[in-house]
Design a protein around this ligand. Structure first.
Ligand SMILES: [Mg+2]
Length: 193
Protein backbone atom coordinates (compact mmCIF):
# COMPACT_ATOMS: atom_id res chain seq x y z
CA UNK A 1 0.00 0.00 0.00
CA UNK A 2 1.25 3.49 -0.85
CA UNK A 3 2.25 5.54 2.18
CA UNK A 4 0.61 8.93 2.62
CA UNK A 5 3.41 11.41 2.94
CA UNK A 6 3.27 15.14 3.56
CA UNK A 7 5.78 18.00 3.57
CA UNK A 8 4.94 20.73 6.10
CA UNK A 9 6.74 24.04 5.81
CA UNK A 10 6.82 27.14 7.95
CA UNK A 11 6.45 30.43 6.03
CA UNK A 12 8.37 33.37 7.57
CA UNK A 13 12.15 33.09 7.39
CA UNK A 14 11.79 29.56 6.05
CA UNK A 15 10.13 30.04 2.64
CA UNK A 16 10.21 33.85 2.58
CA UNK A 17 12.57 36.20 4.40
CA UNK A 18 10.75 39.03 6.14
CA UNK A 19 13.70 41.11 7.42
CA UNK A 20 13.50 43.85 4.74
CA UNK A 21 9.74 44.19 5.19
CA UNK A 22 10.10 44.35 9.00
CA UNK A 23 12.76 47.06 8.77
CA UNK A 24 10.53 49.19 6.51
CA UNK A 25 7.57 48.62 8.84
CA UNK A 26 9.67 49.56 11.88
CA UNK A 27 10.75 52.82 10.21
CA UNK A 28 7.09 53.74 9.55
CA UNK A 29 6.09 52.91 13.09
CA UNK A 30 9.03 54.83 14.51
CA UNK A 31 7.70 57.99 12.83
CA UNK A 32 4.21 57.32 14.20
CA UNK A 33 5.46 56.82 17.76
CA UNK A 34 7.60 59.97 17.53
CA UNK A 35 4.50 61.99 16.66
CA UNK A 36 2.54 60.61 19.60
CA UNK A 37 2.68 62.06 23.11
CA UNK A 38 5.84 61.24 25.03
CA UNK A 39 5.41 58.50 27.57
CA UNK A 40 7.59 55.81 29.08
CA UNK A 41 6.02 53.16 26.88
CA UNK A 42 6.83 55.22 23.81
CA UNK A 43 10.43 55.54 24.93
CA UNK A 44 10.75 51.76 25.21
CA UNK A 45 8.90 51.29 21.92
CA UNK A 46 11.33 53.64 20.18
CA UNK A 47 14.28 51.69 21.58
CA UNK A 48 12.73 48.41 20.46
CA UNK A 49 12.03 49.82 17.01
CA UNK A 50 15.63 50.98 16.72
CA UNK A 51 16.70 47.38 17.32
CA UNK A 52 14.31 46.15 14.63
CA UNK A 53 15.47 48.81 12.18
CA UNK A 54 19.09 47.81 12.86
CA UNK A 55 18.79 44.04 12.96
CA UNK A 56 15.47 43.22 11.32
CA UNK A 57 14.50 41.32 14.49
CA UNK A 58 11.77 42.01 17.02
CA UNK A 59 13.14 42.29 20.56
CA UNK A 60 11.65 40.19 23.37
CA UNK A 61 9.01 42.02 25.41
CA UNK A 62 8.00 44.30 22.54
CA UNK A 63 4.59 45.83 23.34
CA UNK A 64 1.74 43.64 22.04
CA UNK A 65 -0.12 46.57 20.49
CA UNK A 66 2.89 47.80 18.53
CA UNK A 67 3.95 44.29 17.60
CA UNK A 68 0.63 43.69 15.89
CA UNK A 69 0.89 47.06 14.07
CA UNK A 70 4.43 46.21 13.01
CA UNK A 71 3.48 42.84 11.54
CA UNK A 72 0.44 44.31 9.80
CA UNK A 73 2.61 46.93 8.12
CA UNK A 74 5.27 44.36 7.21
CA UNK A 75 2.90 41.70 5.88
CA UNK A 76 0.36 43.99 4.17
CA UNK A 77 1.98 47.29 3.13
CA UNK A 78 5.44 45.78 2.58
CA UNK A 79 4.39 42.28 1.46
CA UNK A 80 6.24 42.84 -1.81
CA UNK A 81 9.50 43.19 0.14
CA UNK A 82 9.43 39.61 1.40
CA UNK A 83 12.17 37.74 -0.40
CA UNK A 84 11.86 34.12 -1.51
CA UNK A 85 14.16 31.36 -0.30
CA UNK A 86 14.58 30.14 -3.86
CA UNK A 87 16.72 27.04 -3.19
CA UNK A 88 14.14 25.76 -0.67
CA UNK A 89 11.20 26.56 -2.98
CA UNK A 90 12.90 24.58 -5.76
CA UNK A 91 13.65 21.71 -3.37
CA UNK A 92 10.06 21.54 -2.11
CA UNK A 93 8.60 21.70 -5.61
CA UNK A 94 10.80 18.71 -6.51
CA UNK A 95 9.44 16.91 -3.44
CA UNK A 96 5.90 17.61 -4.64
CA UNK A 97 6.71 16.22 -8.08
CA UNK A 98 8.00 13.12 -6.29
CA UNK A 99 4.49 12.53 -4.95
CA UNK A 100 4.40 14.46 -1.66
CA UNK A 101 1.73 16.95 -0.67
CA UNK A 102 2.83 20.34 0.62
CA UNK A 103 1.12 22.06 3.53
CA UNK A 104 2.15 25.54 4.67
CA UNK A 105 1.88 25.94 8.44
CA UNK A 106 2.31 29.43 9.85
CA UNK A 107 1.45 31.16 13.10
CA UNK A 108 1.41 34.55 11.29
CA UNK A 109 -2.40 34.43 11.39
CA UNK A 110 -5.54 34.15 9.24
CA UNK A 111 -5.55 37.94 8.87
CA UNK A 112 -2.67 37.56 6.41
CA UNK A 113 -4.08 34.71 4.30
CA UNK A 114 -4.52 36.82 1.15
CA UNK A 115 -0.93 38.13 1.22
CA UNK A 116 0.49 34.71 2.17
CA UNK A 117 -1.22 32.90 -0.69
CA UNK A 118 -0.34 35.70 -3.13
CA UNK A 119 3.37 35.19 -2.41
CA UNK A 120 3.13 31.40 -2.64
CA UNK A 121 1.35 31.69 -5.99
CA UNK A 122 3.79 34.31 -7.28
CA UNK A 123 6.61 31.80 -6.81
CA UNK A 124 4.60 28.82 -8.14
CA UNK A 125 4.63 26.75 -4.98
CA UNK A 126 2.23 23.89 -5.53
CA UNK A 127 0.81 23.72 -2.02
CA UNK A 128 -2.34 21.81 -1.20
CA UNK A 129 -3.25 23.73 1.96
CA UNK A 130 -2.25 26.79 3.97
CA UNK A 131 -2.89 26.49 7.71
CA UNK A 132 -2.71 29.79 9.61
CA UNK A 133 -3.38 30.53 13.27
CA UNK A 134 -7.07 31.39 13.77
CA UNK A 135 -6.22 33.56 16.76
CA UNK A 136 -3.14 34.30 18.82
CA UNK A 137 -4.23 32.73 22.09
CA UNK A 138 -1.50 30.10 22.14
CA UNK A 139 2.22 30.73 21.89
CA UNK A 140 3.49 30.08 18.35
CA UNK A 141 5.32 26.87 19.31
CA UNK A 142 2.30 25.54 21.25
CA UNK A 143 -0.01 26.19 18.31
CA UNK A 144 2.43 24.52 15.92
CA UNK A 145 2.74 21.47 18.16
CA UNK A 146 -1.04 21.08 18.18
CA UNK A 147 -1.29 21.29 14.38
CA UNK A 148 1.69 18.96 13.80
CA UNK A 149 0.09 16.44 16.18
CA UNK A 150 -3.16 16.53 14.14
CA UNK A 151 -1.24 16.13 10.87
CA UNK A 152 0.95 13.31 12.23
CA UNK A 153 -2.25 11.37 12.95
CA UNK A 154 -3.60 11.97 9.46
CA UNK A 155 -0.46 11.08 7.49
CA UNK A 156 1.90 8.09 7.64
CA UNK A 157 4.94 10.27 7.26
CA UNK A 158 5.51 13.97 7.90
CA UNK A 159 8.55 16.04 6.90
CA UNK A 160 8.80 19.42 8.62
CA UNK A 161 10.84 22.45 7.47
CA UNK A 162 11.25 25.29 10.00
CA UNK A 163 13.74 28.10 10.67
CA UNK A 164 13.47 28.12 14.47
CA UNK A 165 15.43 25.35 16.15
CA UNK A 166 13.59 25.96 19.45
CA UNK A 167 10.27 25.25 17.69
CA UNK A 168 11.61 21.96 16.30
CA UNK A 169 13.00 20.93 19.72
CA UNK A 170 9.70 21.83 21.37
CA UNK A 171 7.76 19.69 18.87
CA UNK A 172 10.16 16.73 19.12
CA UNK A 173 10.24 16.85 22.94
CA UNK A 174 6.47 17.02 23.30
CA UNK A 175 5.33 14.81 20.46
CA UNK A 176 6.47 11.26 21.03
CA UNK A 177 5.83 9.87 17.56
CA UNK A 178 8.22 8.24 15.14
CA UNK A 179 6.65 9.33 11.86
CA UNK A 180 8.03 12.86 11.72
CA UNK A 181 11.31 14.09 10.29
CA UNK A 182 12.40 17.66 11.10
CA UNK A 183 14.72 19.92 9.12
CA UNK A 184 16.15 23.22 10.27
CA UNK A 185 16.29 25.79 7.46
CA UNK A 186 18.94 28.50 7.37
CA UNK A 187 18.70 30.03 3.88
CA UNK A 188 19.95 27.27 1.55
CA UNK A 189 21.37 25.18 4.41
CA UNK A 190 19.02 22.41 5.50
CA UNK A 191 20.01 20.37 8.56
CA UNK A 192 18.22 17.33 9.94
CA UNK A 193 17.46 17.70 13.68
MG1 LIG B 1 9.61 31.11 10.78
Amino acid sequence: MKRLSVIVSDFDDTLFFNKTALVSAAKDLYETVLMEKNSEEDYKTLNDLEITIGKGKIPKGFSKKWKSELYTLAYVKYNGKLLPNEPLIKYLNEGIMGGNQLIILSARGEEFREQTEALLNAYSLNYSEVILAENHELKDEEWKLLKIKELSEKYDHLILFEDKEENIRYILNNLKVDNIECYLVDHSIITKI
